[in-house]
Design a protein around this ligand. Structure first.
Ligand code: TXA
Ligand code: MG
Length: 326
């Protein structure tokens, strides 16, 4: 049994990594930084540990989890890696690309990570703290973003602590505090089980970059429902309503600007994703700024348009979900 208590926040020293690995081995949950967002990790081979991720997040059981591995050899013990998948791994691993591949029948994984599908999403993160944790744990780590289901993803250790003030009933024992996540948007999720690659979630590896290496890539739509269980429309949602494509804020709205905004008047609190219009800076700031503006007092959050090019596609995907009817 676990008693509710706040998770411990530890600098990611070797001693802290060893404690985190021990907590995973005992079936506990550990939050850790990746280059994209913070993950809520569990031993991917332990049914009860994986079940406690779903419980901690309030995540629907039909929504499968990403399994984190140290390298492509470890992935090959979980999923079937064909030539196309190998090529993608060589190009982008370690890094912010998750691949959905056929699950091996002998994969040493809880069935819950696949949520009833015959596939597994595998990701090899590049962040040094995540890599050290995978090495110390010596086992695949299932990890969704470390937020309650439907909320804004965490990009700092404090965000994680805010999401789980009682340590998810004591299951979340510790947070490896590795600073701000440099990319700030979740990994690109690419399904490689069909004839053509299917983009399930846009991310910092863009569709253009994928197509340059893999040929034409389809974009998942509502019609791909079963293959893309994570495509729930409302997601990444702050408590306040979000209004997109705003030229200027209403007097009682908070304002999230992008690009030069010094001549735009009105609104309450204001933050700027990137005053120079840099999409990488905007991605890294997006979730932290949505959280910061999500305070009672304002009627909603008005967001300036962000161009749909390059990383902008992933930023707009998150913004559209944040603004979707709840
Ligand atoms: O950047 C990231 O990917 C972060 C860090 C922690 O690695 N993780 C993350 O996990 O964003 P999560 O659970 O928040 O999002 C995983 C997405 C969901 O949309 C889920 O539906 C999808 O990946 N997914 C996982 N396994 C899948 C599978 N077998 N088939 C299709 N989609 C899958
Ligand atoms: Mg998530």
């Amino acid at each position: 049994m676990s008693t509710p208590r706040p998770p411990e926040m530890l600098q990611p020293t070797a001693a802290a990594q060893a404690r985190a690995a021990q907590a995973l081995a005992e079936g506990g949950l550990v939050a850790f930084p990746t280059e994209t967002v913070y993950g809520l990790g569990a031993d991917a081979g332990n049914d009860r540990a994986v079940a406690s991720i779903f419980e901690a997040k309030g995540r629907p059981h039909f929504n499968p989890l990403i399994v984190h591995v140290p390298d492509d050899g470890a992935a090959g013990r979980l999923v079937t890696v064909d030539e196309r998948a190998r090529h993608a791994m060589e190009m982008w691993w370690p890094g912010p690309l998750t691949l959905v591949l056929p699950r091996r029948p002998d994969a040493p994984l809880s069935l819950l990570v696949s949520a009833g599908l015959d596939t597994v999403a595998v990701r090899c993160p590049g962040h040094p703290v995540a890599r050290a944790l995978l090495a110390a744990a010596g086992r695949p780590v299932a990890a969704p973003s470390a937020n309650r289901s439907g909320h804004v993803s965490p990009t700092t250790p404090l965000h994680v602590a805010e999401e789980f003030p009682d340590g998810a009933g004591g299951k979340l024992r510790l947070i490896l505090a590795g600073g701000r996540c440099p990319i700030g948007l979740e990994s690109t999720v690419l399904d490689l089980t069909g004839e053509r690659p299917l983009l399930l979630r846009p991310g910092s590896v863009t569709r253009e970059e994928l197509e340059a290496v893999l040929g034409p890539v389809d974009r998942a739509t509502a019609a791909d429902g079963v293959k893309a269980p994570g495509m729930l429309t409302s997601h990444y949602a702050p408590a306040l309503p979000v209004r997109l494509e705003a030229a200027a804020p209403e007097p009682d709205e908070a304002f999230l600007a992008f690009g030069p905004d010094q001549f735009i008047r009105g609104g309450r609190e204001r933050l700027n994703l990137s005053p120079t219009g840099d999409l990488h800076e905007a991605a890294a700031n997006l979730f932290a700024m949505l959280r910061a503006l999500d305070k009672p007092g304002a009627r909603g959050i008005a967001v300036m348009p962000v161009p749909e090019t390059g990383l902008g596609a992933a930023i707009n995907d998150r913004l559209r979900r944040a603004a979707a009817p709840r």
